[in-house]
Design a protein around this ligand. Structure first.
Ligand code: NCD
Length: 302
């Protein structure tokens, strides 16, 4: 059994293996239709979700698995009665063969894994990690470029509270000759600890203050929503908005990604541009999560 708690679990090799498995699944999903027919997966979401929960559910069904779901765990589970996360997990241990969980605590996945006797898959933990999102982001980038080495990545939006960014940086930093550029409002600049992590792994990070400072040939503009639910007060709106005019400053091969939901950071006017890949990216959540589930049960060699 294998947990997926955070992206620091991966090596370049194990990540490539998982991406290859997801590619095989995407090409031939039929082959895996009974792979988890003997398993019940608990899907517990203590925070809102559309894509992550529904693509996990789709992945479970496509693998022939069964599931028990709490989609509104904060208000509908015994958490409202004051039950600790540890006690909830101890109970789930007897009901399911694996747990997919989203929770607002940064260390929720680690807390769950400490008491779980079944594999735990982190579907988003506070502002810290969102490993399956980062995996599907990598899958999408690899699908477009054919490789990750040499990637020029721009991260935009909320680089402080955006867990998808934090997980993505862990994964891209496993590769060679990666360049990362940050473009955000000052209040949402990438925290020092991630800049140091990149530096320690030999990745160059450049903080920018306008679209014009970015190289024209960047591979990916990865935008994110200001995570207003994770801080007190009003820190204002996004200033760096991707519209037609902005996108046309970049090369024909520059793609736009976003974990979604978007608010106002990417205008709908670019949705029909083939470089706007966020909906395709969201669809890739299914094969990636199928691969993650197979891996959780050591069935990734099917
Ligand atoms: C992201 C999340 O939950 O962190 N959404 C997602 O899972 N695709 C991003 C967000 O909520 O802004």
């Amino acid at each position: 059994m294998k947990n997926l708690l955070g992206c620091n679990q991966f090596t370049k090799e194990s990540l490539n293996e998982l991406l290859n498995l997801a590619e095989k699944i995407k090409k031939n999903p039929e082959k895996y239709k009974d792979a988890l027919s003997d398993k019940i997966i608990a899907v517990m979401f203590f925070e809102p979700s559309t894509r992550t929960r529904m693509s996990f559910e789709s992945a479970i069904l496509k693998l022939g698995g069964k599931m028990i779901v709490t989609e509104n765990g904060k208000s509908n589970s015994s958490a409202t009665k004051g039950e600790t996360l540890e006690d909830t997990i101890n109970v789930i241990n007897g009901y399911a063969d694996a747990l997919v969980m989203r929770h607002s605590l940064d260390d929720s996945a680690e807390i769950a894994a400490k008491v779980a006797t079944i594999p735990v898959i982190n579907a988003g933990s506070g502002k810290k990690e969102h490993p399956t999102q980062a995996l599907l982001d990598m899958f999408t980038i690899n699908e477009k470029r054919g490789k990750i080495d040499g990637l020029k990545l721009v991260i935009l939006g909320d680089l402080v509270y955006g867990r998808t960014i934090h997980s993505l940086l862990e994964l891209v930093s496993l590769y060679d000759n990666v360049e990362v550029y940050g473009l955000s409002k000052e209040v949402f600049e990438l925290p020092e600890k991630y800049i140091n992590m990149l530096k320690d792994r030999g990745i160059t990070y450049k903080k920018c203050t306008s679209f014009d400072e970015l190289p024209k040939d960047v591979d990916v503009l990865y935008h994110t929503r200001i995570q207003a639910e994770r801080f007190e007060g009003d820190l204002g709106k996004e200033e760096f908005i991707i519209n037609k005019e902005v996108l046309n400053k970049f090369s024909k091969d520059t793609i736009v990604l976003h974990p979604l939901p978007r608010v106002d950071e990417i205008l709908a006017e670019i949705d029909t541009d083939e470089r706007a890949m966020y909906f395709k990216q969201a669809h890739n959540g299914v094969p990636i999560r199928m691969a993650v589930l197979l891996r959780a049960f050591d069935r990734d060699n099917i």
